[in-house]
Design a protein around this ligand. Structure first.
Ligand code: FES
Length: 273
């Protein structure tokens, strides 16, 4: 059960795994996620479904090695198995094929942005993608994005891949050049999603963001993934992960994320020893 069929490093810290999970593969839709445990006593971590193949019964996930659990996950190899692989969880993204949509991905968030762009393309939408990375060594899924995009723009902070600058710079350039978008979907670091939303608010473009906070049960019971949206408490695992970006309190989400940093460092140190 949950055997790793394929393990493929995408860059020095990001890896893709294809897992045997026929039940999840049959039902998975863009925007949904799974929660896995590497072993019986392991931490539960949520990971967005990057792709699924109902015929082969496989689900692809992409993870960044950031803490103890992702280090343990990365120590597994093809043929090894995961202890749990629960899903699909969360609400699927709302995909409308009659749109001109701009899908923006930042860093490892591109693993979530890709299936969204693919679903829009499959539905017949005109898809522009803007992806951003710190440098050329961190670029992932370039061919995959190009294959589902009418227009593809790559940016990097240091200018070593694509245009130098941030995804928000490119978005504003396109809008200033007369490009019209019915919707923007932004997926990546919270700070990136915040600034994309500040930009799109100026132009009144509806904007969806995918929130990926710490999760435990994934069923709305533990309260761990709570967020403030339009002044109301929401749970990313059952009310999301997609939300209206103009209503999300990103500052509160960032401060909650920071509260877990020490725990992550401790888990990472323990996994190294
Ligand atoms: Fe527990 Fe969402 S993960 S309420």
């Amino acid at each position: 059960m949950y055997t790793i069929r394929k393990k493929q490093p995408l860059n020095p810290t990001v890896t893709k795994m294809v897992i045997d999970a026929p039940f999840v593969a049959k039902r998975a839709k863009a925007g949904q996620f799974i929660i896995l445990r590497v072993n019986e006593n392991g931490e539960r971590i949520p990971l967005t479904i990057e792709d699924s193949d109902p015929e082969k019964g496989t689900v692809s996930i992409v993870y960044q090695i950031v803490g103890g659990t992702t280090m343990k996950l990365n120590a597994l190899n093809e043929g090894d198995s995961l202890h749990d692989f629960v899903g699909p969880l969360g609400k699927p993204s709302v995909i409308d094929g009659n749109k001109k949509v701009c899908v923006i991905g930042g860093g490892v968030g591109c693993a979530i942005a890709y299936p969204t762009a693919k679903a829009f393309a499959k539905a017949g939408a005109d898809v522009t993608t803007i992806v951003g990375f710190r440098n050329k060594d961190l670029v992932i899924l370039q061919d995959e994005f190009k294959s589902v995009s009418n227009h593809y723009y790559l940016t990097s902070d240091d200018g070593t891949a694509g245009e130098k600058g941030l995804v928000t710079n490119k978005l504003e350039d396109l809008i200033a050049a007369g490009e019209h978008f019915d919707e923007v979907v932004a997926i990546g670091p919270i700070i990136m999603m915040k600034f994309v939303c500040l930009a799109t608010k100026k132009y009144d473009i509806p904007t969806v963001v995918s929130m990926n906070p710490i999760m435990i049960d994934g069923t709305g019971m533990c309260g761990c993934c709570r967020l403030m949206v339009d002044g109301k408490m929401k749970f990313a695992c059952v009310d999301g992960p997609d939300f209206d970006g103009h209503l999300v309190d990103f500052d509160e989400a960032m401060s909650r994320n920071r509260a877990y940093m020490d725990f992550e460092k401790k888990a990472r140190d323990e996994a190294c020893n």
